[in-house]
Design a protein around this ligand. Structure first.
Ligand code: UDP
Length: 456
């Protein structure tokens, strides 16, 4: 008798990781594979609070939770303290969780599918003799770079702290944009201890990647074939949004404010700038005001996702004087937008984004050009692809005071929206992305092989 295959999916407990992995889990369930999703207790409570009763009823996967060992979750950011805490308890608690599931469930867990950022938890699967699948939730170029670290150290291009020795550009292959010394995924200029932490973290990925049979990536092969070619066992199955018919609310840590969709319905086609900087980006009050003034000065209509904690150390009343009154009518502000539905809306003209990988691949899937403002990690890589490789966006630049000024924002918005070539390129990328997840497309075929592997 053939046993029903049962996959335990384990994300890093952060918004940009939980949401795409939940989509993947839903897709597995739609393909006849039983999927159980292991959230930290803190994250599970947030997701359930943001899900409607209908979503909960229709949820095709089982949600379970484990204790992540953290007393508090400051802004849901993941730095050394949080990762250390996770490392201490996660493996042990996941092992317990699997034992509990196996005791109470008719179908025991047969595969553990983990986010590579918590890749050490694959040890549990290894010890229990289960199938192991890793998932990389950023772009393939940043994984290709992480996998090249040992060679770069050996060649004395970077030192053991991740700093460049010769100050030269790092080039992995002809098709991959070069890295400047200050743009490496782990670079945190002026914060050597933090940089060392991120660097060791990237280096550790090398050991994890050696073991799993498959490394899934939320991209499609043709989008960055050069980087994909450098990663052993990679299986690009994205863009995940396009292969999913799931209600986009699932996996969100906050309720999505859908009033912006009816507002968008009333706007002319291709007229609204959508601004969202992901789940963790924070600004100084001064910088926040410059964004507000820049949007106002641009003269365009806009939809802005402003998380309640987006301004560091400020009260919720942080808009410039009378800003809200002045932009009423042409500006809509929500705390958390239904981003994928917004990007799919015909009124949206461009995406002012921090270039997190989910936002990048969601923007590509919907054919919108980008105005890029990367802050950390792989966001710089994504910006380079958007601006230099795919040519679907422009980037804002800091002035001599380290601020992105209102004038810079206004000018770049104008330049982007009058650049028809970028819009054409964006539409072409969207079509390629659709092709890749359609019957016979590369991601479609890869997803089929994944299902076959899991069912074997
Ligand atoms: N997102 C959303 N509503 C918002 C802002 C973001 O649903 O108002 C979602 C977005 O669709 C994406 C995720 O949050 O799936 C953010 O992930 P990304 O990798 O872009 O950035 P991160 O939050 O990890 O920095």
């Amino acid at each position: 008798m053939n046993l029903q295959q049962h996959v335990l999916v384990v994300p890093l407990p952060a918004q940009g990781h939980v949401k795409p992995l939940m989509k993947l889990a839903y897709n597995l369930a739609y393909h006849g594979i039983k999927a159980t999703f292991a959230n930290s207790q803190f994250v599970e409570a947030k997701i359930l609070a943001a899900m409607s009763e209908a979503d909960k009823e229709q949820c095709p996967i089982r949600l379970v939770s484990y204790w992540d060992g953290m007393e508090s979750h400051p802004e849901e950011r993941f730095g050394p303290v949080e990762m250390d805490s996770l490392k201490k308890v996660m493996t042990k608690n996941l092992e317990k969780l699997i034992e509990q599931i196996n005791q109470s469930d008719k179908e025991p867990i047969t595969c553990v599918m983990v986010d590579l950022t918590v890749g050490w938890t694959l040890e549990v699967a290894r010890n229990m003799g289960l199938k192991q699948v890793a998932v990389w939730l950023a772009g393939p170029a940043s994984l290709a770079l992480a996998l090249r670290i040992p060679t770069l150290i050996e060649a004395r291009v970077i030192d053991e702290n991740g700093s460049t020795i010769k100050n030269e550009l790092i080039c992995l292959s002809e098709g991959i944009p070069v890295w400047n010394s200050w743009e490496l995924t782990w670079s945190t200029p002026g914060k050597p201890a933090l940089q060392k932490f991120f660097f060791d973290f990237s280096l550790a990925i090398n050991q994890v990647v050696e073991n799993p049979t498959i490394v899934l990536c939320n991209t499609y092969y043709e989008l960055d074939s050069s980087s994909c070619a450098m990663i052993p066992n990679i299986l690009p199955i994205g863009p995940l949004p396009a292969i999913s018919n799931l209600n986009p609310c699932s996996g969100s840590f906050s309720s999505q404010d859908s009033t912006c969709l009816s507002w968008l319905d009333k706007q002319p086609s291709n007229s609204v700038i959508y601004i969202a900087f992901g789940s963790t980006t924070m600004f100084s009050q001064k910088q926040f005001n410059e964004i507000a003034f820049g949007l106002e000065l641009s003269g365009y209509s806009f939809l802005w996702a402003v998380r309640p904690n987006i301004v560091s150390g400020s009260s919720p009343e942080y808009y410039p004087n009378n800003f809200l009154e002045r932009i009423a009518g042409r500006g809509k502000i929500v705390e958390w937008a239904p981003q994928e539905k917004v990007l799919a809306h015909s009124s949206v003209s461009c995406f002012f984004s921090h270039c997190g990988w989910n936002s990048t691949i969601e923007g590509i899937s919907h054919g919108v050009p980008f105005l890029c403002w990367p802050y950390v990690w792989d966001q710089f890589d994504n910006k380079k692809y958007i601006c230099d490789v795919w040519k679907v966006g422009l980037a804002v630049k800091y002035d001599e005071d380290g601020i992105i000024s209102r004038h810079e924002i206004k000018t770049k918005i104008h330049n982007l929206l009058t650049n028809y070539e970028m819009k054409i390129n964006a539409i072409k990328l969207m079509e390629d992305a659709k092709k890749s997840v359609s019957l016979g497309g590369s991601s479609h075929e890869n997803f089929k092989s994944l299902v076959k592997y899991l069912k074997a």
